[in-house]
Design a protein around this ligand. Structure first.
Ligand SMILES: [Zn+2]
Length: 404
């Protein structure tokens, strides 16, 4: 296979499946409810071309949420799913863990699979990736390899979707035209997306996006008993050279939004979630209840750490999970600790000077930055959270009641 449909590069105004999905929804909707007498869907082509622009603009551009659910599509029903009939014809390959060693072995296997996919014209490799920029423009890119040549690169852009939608769109872009080729029997898809979703039957906000791909996979398997697909997960951090080519193209894309656009359900959900999170973080930063002495640590990117619900929260991953560190770190962060500064305020009858005799009041800053009780080489040299966690790990008596 040297070319697919004679095209080398495509750029869509928006993700094609959205149009397909909307038409499908319109036709299904029409079966149950007759369209309104003034609906634009009843217009003929000539009427449409003569229509004044504001009405068309409203129809095309008004913001809103795209319809996205279709749980009753036949291929999602038990007994009709692709896995029910062709479970041996597709497979998924990923690293058994995120450790460097397992990832290395996985990439070795991926190299072998890719080499095998380039030995004959009926084998094809599809490398797909997608991403979303701050401008909310999403880019999906796919490279198609055959007999060790990059025979085609495809690109699509959309707006107001999330990264998983862009990643799945990249698979859609490469897989559908490849499966339509007559002499292609083995396809490997190399991706960072959760491609298993194409074969799941549970309700999912992306279900309408899966329909064209899942249907095409079903047809591909039905038309020839030799047809097979392997999905290989290739995380970005592996920097696998051929995937990096795709990743670089995604990052370099400078497509800018021109018109307003509807939002995908997941994008809308993410926007709402981001707003709530931002409100929570703002209220935390300005809340006097967090304490006058609360230390605002920074992360490795020099950004002040704010509360979050994701990835084991904001502070815990840096602290580690030993009981001692988990107990002493919050004491140091809030100043509610067995130190002179605290006793001066809440327990004034108790001693407030430091055991080293160098500080009249044993403040947190003295303990961390000056006190000779602790090895000076362990003192934090910045406000990065890891520096303070290391100080506590190196000095088990700091902020400990045993030292109180
Ligand atoms: Zn001291």
């Amino acid at each position: 296979m040297r070319k697919l449909n004679g095209r080398h590069h495509l750029r869509y105004g928006s993700i094609p499946s959205t149009h397909a999905i909307n038409s499908l929804l319109d036709s299904q909707h029409a079966k149950n409810h007759p369209p309104h007498k003034t609906t634009t869907s009843k217009l003929t082509g000539k009427q449409w071309s003569n229509l004044k622009s504001p009405i068309k603009d409203v129809n095309k551009c008004l913001n809103g949420v795209r319809e996205c659910f279709n749980p009753l599509f036949p291929l999602f029903s038990l007994g009709s799913k692709v896995v029910d009939h062709f479970s041996s014809r597709f497979s998924f390959h990923s690293s058994s863990s995120s450790s460097d060693e397992d990832l290395y072995h996985h990439i070795q296997n991926l190299n072998q699979a890719f080499r095998s996919s380039q030995t004959a014209p009926h084998n094809i490799a599809i490398i797909a990736d997608g991403g979303v920029k701050k401008s909310q423009v999403a880019t999906a890119v796919t490279h198609i390899w055959s007999e060790n040549s990059l025979v085609q690169h495809l690109q699509a852009n959309s707006i107001n979707v999330i990264s998983i939608e862009a990643e799945l769109m990249a698979i859609h872009l490469g897989l559908i035209p490849t499966m339509e080729e007559k002499n292609v029997h083995n396809i490997i898809v190399i991706t960072i997306a959760a491609a298993k979703k194409f074969f799941e039957s549970k309700n999912d906000p992306l279900q309408n996006m899966f329909i064209p791909v899942t249907s095409a996979i079903d047809s591909f398997f039905r038309k020839d008993g030799r047809n097979k697909i392997q999905f290989w997960f290739c995380p970005s951090k592996a920097k696998w050279p051929k995937h990096k080519l795709v990743d670089d193209q995604v990052k370099a894309d400078k497509c800018a939004p021109i018109f307003p656009s509807k939002e995908s359900h997941l994008f809308n959900k993410k926007k709402e979630c981001d707003n709530i999170l931002s409100e929570w973080q703002d209220s935390f930063m300005s809340n006097p209840k967090r304490g006058q002495l609360f230390l605002d640590f920074k992360d490795e990117n020099q950004k002040v750490i704010k509360p979050t619900y994701a990835k084991d929260s904001s502070w815990l991953p840096s602290i580690g999970f030993t009981n001692s560190l988990c107990a002493r770190f919050p004491r140091m962060t809030t100043g509610h600790a067995p130190i002179g500064e605290y006793r001066q305020r809440f327990l004034p009858h108790l001693p407030i000077s430091c055991l080293c005799s160098e500080a009249e009041v044993q403040t947190r800053e003295h303990i961390v930055m000056e006190c000779d009780t602790y090895n000076p080489s362990t003192r934090p040299c910045n406000i990065i959270i890891n520096s303070f966690a290391h100080f506590l790990a190196d000095n088990p008596s700091a902020f400990s009641f045993d030292n109180g």
